[in-house]
Design a protein around this ligand. Structure first.
Ligand SMILES: NC(=O)C1=CN([C@@H]2O[C@H](COP(=O)(O)OP(=O)(O)OC[C@H]3O[C@@H](n4cnc5c(N)ncnc54)[C@H](O)[C@@H]3O)[C@@H](O)[C@H]2O)C=CC1
Ligand SMILES: Nc1nc(O)c(N)c(N[C@@H]2O[C@H](COP(=O)(O)O)[C@@H](O)[C@H]2O)n1
Length: 257
């Protein structure tokens, strides 16, 4: 089995010199909501588009969510919706699917050591998660040092990156993970992280930090209680609409930066 052709073609050059190639992707309702009331996780994607998202996961070195999503959804960020691989080496080369490295933006190290990402790693069913926290001026001590220790003991690799007002610097993050071998990054959300990455769009290739945007639109309304994401027109207008594909009842809309 291989990824859908439209996706393979769209992402065929997902490399960028000097920083990871960044794909921002998420699923939304017709009224642009990505979650329900009080952040309730919604399965917006149908079977076919969810499978596409899992194919996309195989096509990136790493996959990123914010701590809001990690605490709320307890995601696995793996490829379990894909069909079993053909054990016949002539077709699938006998290899398992590529699993992306999970990365959590977690300024204050609030991730639970019992989360599925860490459990999957410990049971040999996932890569070691990287937890990105805000770098501190002084040596860590007290509560914060013990939270780091607990997460490291549970299997996480903790990276410190400069932050502003509790938000990890996106250029700093991309530098840190590029220096550790990540060449392509899939950003899944949630709302605050999506806004932060939309903010990285500019019309100038040398300063923009997002390369592709892939939005799954599900044919339903969530209503005003749902969680939306903010987009500034000045930023979004630098996106170039590329293609629309229909998968099941969903519409996949793709842009290049
Ligand atoms: N429909 C979809 O495709 C998806 C929906 N979701 C939904 O999104 C909701 C969670 O969204 P949020 O609460 O906004 O949490 P989030 O997952 O966007 O995490 C935001 C938090 O990450 C930390 N952070 C550190 N550096 C940051 C930076 N540079 N930019 C942004 N955040 C940074 C901050 O503590 C911030 O509050 C959940 O309801 C979840 O179900 C999440 C992912 C995908
Ligand atoms: N593509 C997509 N469609 C939806 O309907 C979604 N709710 C999401 N959510 C994202 O996927 C994460 C869950 O991943 P696992 O199923 O646990 O592997 C969730 O946390 C969001 O990042 N995505």
């Amino acid at each position: 089995m291989a990824a859908p052709t439209f996706l393979a073609n769209f992402l065929k050059d997902n490399q960028y010199p000097g920083r990871p190639y960044v794909t921002l992707t998420f699923a939304q309702s017709l009224d642009a909501k990505i979650a329900g009331k009080a952040g309730k996780q919604l399965i917006l994607s149908g079977k076919e588009s969810m499978k596409m998202t899992h194919w996309m996961r195989t096509m990136h070195d790493a996959i990123l969510v914010g701590i809001g999503t990690a605490l709320n959804d307890d995601p696995q960020l793996n490829t379990r919706h894909l069909p079993p691989r053909d054990p016949e080496p002539a077709t699938d080369h006998g290899k398992p699917y590529h699993l992306p490295r999970p990365i959590v933006l977690d300024s204050q190290l609030r991730l639970s050591p019992g989360c599925k990402l860490l459990k999957n790693f410990r049971s040999g069913n996932g890569r070691r998660p990287w937890v990105v926290c805000a770098a501190t001026d002084a040596a860590e001590h007290g509560d914060r040092a013990s939270r780091r220790q607990v997460l490291e003991d549970a299997g996480a690799r903790v990276l410190s990156v400069p932050s502003i007002d509790g938000f990890i610097s996106i250029p700093g993050l991309l530098d840190a993970i590029y220096n550790r071998g990540i060449r392509s990054l899939m950003v899944e959300g949630g709302a605050t992280v999506i806004k932060s990455f939309f903010d990285q769009l500019t019309p100038h290739p040398e300063t923009r930090l997002v390369d592709s945007v892939i939005v799954t639109v599900a044919p339903l309304f969530v209503g005003n209680d749902g969680v939306g994401y903010g987009v500034e027109m000045e930023k979004a207008s630098s996106l170039r609409y590329t293609e629309t594909v229909h998968l099941g009842d969903d519409t996949i809309i793709m842009f290049k930066a």
